[in-house]
Ligand binder design. Sequence first.
Ligand SMILES: [Zn+2]
Length: 430
Amino acid sequence: MSRPARAGAGAAYSSPLAEELAPEVLERFLRYVRIDTQGAYRMPRRPSTEKQLDLSRLLLEELRELGLEDVQLTDGSAVFGSLPGAEGAPVVGLIAHVDTTPDVTGAGVSPIVHEAWNGEPIELPGDERQVLDPEALPELAACVGHDIVTSDGTTLLGADDKAGIAEIMAAVAYLLRHPELPRPPIRVGFTVDEEVGRGAEDFDLDLFGADVAYTLDGSDLGELEVETFSAKSIRITIRGLGVHPGTAKGKLVNAVKLASELVQSLPQDRLSPETTEDREGYIHPHRISGNAEEAIVDFIARDHDDDLLEEHVQLVVGVARGLTEREPRAAVEVEVLDSYRNMRQYIEENPRVVEAALEAIRRAGVEPKIAITRGGTDGAVLSSQGLPTPNLFTGGHEYHSVREWASVQDMAAAAATIVELAGVWAEPAG
Ligand SMILES: [Zn+2]
């Protein structure tokens, strides 16, 4: 667990600034991932788990110690802080989330630094089945010579999104140590419950007061995500007629069978997460519950195109309604909820938010790439609420699995990008 940059290892860094920032990024990252901040689904309370605030409170302390102003834990359980900057420059927000996915345990994380990785498959010592094979992971294969951080194979690593937090913290610490560097006013925001889709809930945009923002919640080196899915959830409640099965002839209407029919009637070879990629949308039945009397099927629908998304929703609704045509004694209830919308349209209205990020990535010594995500981010919700918020890379990979890994050199490049971004935003628009 020693320092990443040893003699001769510096060549893997994207810039001298990245190399300078690397030890602090790594030190913070290794500390933050040890704090269990796993969230939970379907918890009415907020945050969904109290332990997320263990990290939030630590960050609160650390931001105060660094010397940020207006540091506070908001009513929406976000940590906010300010770094004053050039008057008249746009206020730039930097956002990351403290929580980790409910799907994989984040307790007892024991990070391992594989220094100057030699390109051989990385075996995780806690579970011999967990191997990171560069042949199957092209992004890992591109990191030969980097210092690679993994868990021991029994837990998440938590790079999603503690890499983003460590990068923001190291970057603002650097900016505070270098007051001579031009920078705009900066607002830092660390949210809870992003992984359960509630990161932007109760996010007080007026209090945050940023003109533009960036989430540090992406992945591959140099990527700037400017598009998310548009997302809806669909709940179909099917009511049958329950009767004792011994006397059910001609009477029973079985909601379980109707629910099964509903799922089976959807396309089998397309329009599902398991059969689509890139810009292809999907309908995904992700939960089914109930009995012969009543059954509930929950779907999510996703597409980058709002019209296509509506078609996917109507497909499900049409099939569901069709059940009652064939079986008029059944009743079907349909509930459709908006989750978030593709942020592209909001980002496009503010071209400088993208241009500034691409320029900052270049100045950090990295080739920028515009990317789309097959998911959502806090930024998608914030963008639709008026704060354009694309998503910057963090250097973490294989999220939501025990094989999650992060490159120290790429995390350092992300931190350097934040410092460069401050410089770009301090310059007059042009
Ligand atoms: Zn994330």
